[in-house]
Design a protein around this ligand. Structure first.
Ligand code: ZN
Ligand code: ZN
Length: 324
């Protein structure tokens, strides 16, 4: 059985559970661990059966619960090396650490945990919900100060295991094949994914400023497409964000607008997916009806696409699981 469950999507947190065969992975962990577990149970998913976490990029709305979740479950995290380094810098902003030093530190920590009862890690306080990624430098500063390590036992970057992947090179996690591809976004080394299990292909493409040719090429022959539809252009222009943030969202490394998403659906999308899920909708600069209308308009001129089911991922509650 293949199952795709969006637990949360938007600038306050992104997290999706993908099950294929006997393997279950999280794509991003942008909610607190407690909230991830709570939503998994709501969606009838068992947190204890997760095998790994794969990360698209280091923005807070994709990683805020990453370390705690990986530690509680003792599961590996799959990053690109650039994303892993950026994530470590985010958590330890005042410390310079090479990857070799980091690995050494992890070894020390693993040895220490093996000696102890290991319960103190499981008992660590949970992290709060992520701030909006456009929340501004002041909020980021507040988080990073809070994340300063109190000692080796509280090493914030410690993970049970880390696996590196590269965009363009597919890899396997149990029964799920993962193909990462580069996306244009203002992060260190951001990626989207095509996940394949039991012959079912699922594309994850959020946090991208536009749809470049390599992404268009990846999003073909899918059974499910999770596509960003971040903002309505007029709402963003007239909305509450400062000018600099508006520029960032609108830029080629920002976020995909409703118009850009529907342009892709109209002109490039091959219409093969049974499900199209609009995702990463802005709560300040978009309305679900606007995103839906734009996508429906793009699809309606193409009779062959009427079989596509259009869903909207939500920020505050999980979407009903999609089964194949
Ligand atoms: Zn992002
Ligand atoms: Zn994001």
């Amino acid at each position: 059985m293949v199952r795709f469950t969006v637990l949360a999507s938007g600038s306050k947190g992104n997290c999706t559970v993908v099950t294929g065969g006997r393997t279950r992975i999280l794509v991003d962990a942008g909610l607190s661990c407690r909230e991830i577990f709570r939503r998994m149970k709501l969606a009838d998913e068992e947190p204890g059966t997760l095998d790994a976490i794969v990360v698209t990029h280091e923005h807070q709305d994709h990683v805020s619960g990453l370390a705690v979740t990986a530690r509680k479950l003792g599961i590996p995290v799959y990053f690109t090396e650039g994303t892993h380094r950026a994530w470590m810098r985010w958590l330890t902003p005042r410390r310079q650490m090479t990857c070799v030093q980091w690995l050494e530190r992890c070894r020390e920590e693993a040895a220490r945990l093996a000696e102890d009862d290991a319960d103190e890690v499981a008992g660590e306080p949970d992290e709060g919900d992520g701030l909006a990624e456009t929340g501004g430098a002041a909020e980021l500063q507040a988080r990073t100060v809070e994340a300063e390590p109190a000692g080796p036992a509280k090493e914030p970057t410690w993970l049970p295991a880390v696996e590196y992947f590269q965009a363009g090179q597919a890899f396997q996690i149990g029964d799920i094949a993962v193909s990462p591809f580069t996306i244009p976004h203002d992060a260190a080394d951001p990626v989207g994914f095509v996940l394949q299990a039991e012959g079912v292909r699922m594309g994850v493409a959020t946090d991208l400023g536009y749809v470049p040719p390599n992404v268009k090429a990846q999003l073909k022959g899918l059974d499910l497409l999770l596509l960003e539809s971040n903002h309505d252009l007029e709402m963003l222009r007239d909305g509450p964000y400062p000018w600099s943030v508006k520029q960032r969202v609108l830029s080629r490394v920002g976020h995909l607008s409703n118009d850009a998403a529907s342009e892709f659906l109209k002109k490039e999308y091959d219409g093969q997916a049974a499900y199209v899920i609009l995702a990463h909708l802005s709560e300040s600069n978009n309305l679900p009806e606007l995103a839906r209308m734009a996508a429906e308009r793009a699809l309606e001129g193409r009779a062959s696409l009427l079989a596509n089911q259009l869903l909207l991922a939500e920020q505050h509650q999980p979407l009903s699981p999609v089964y194949f």
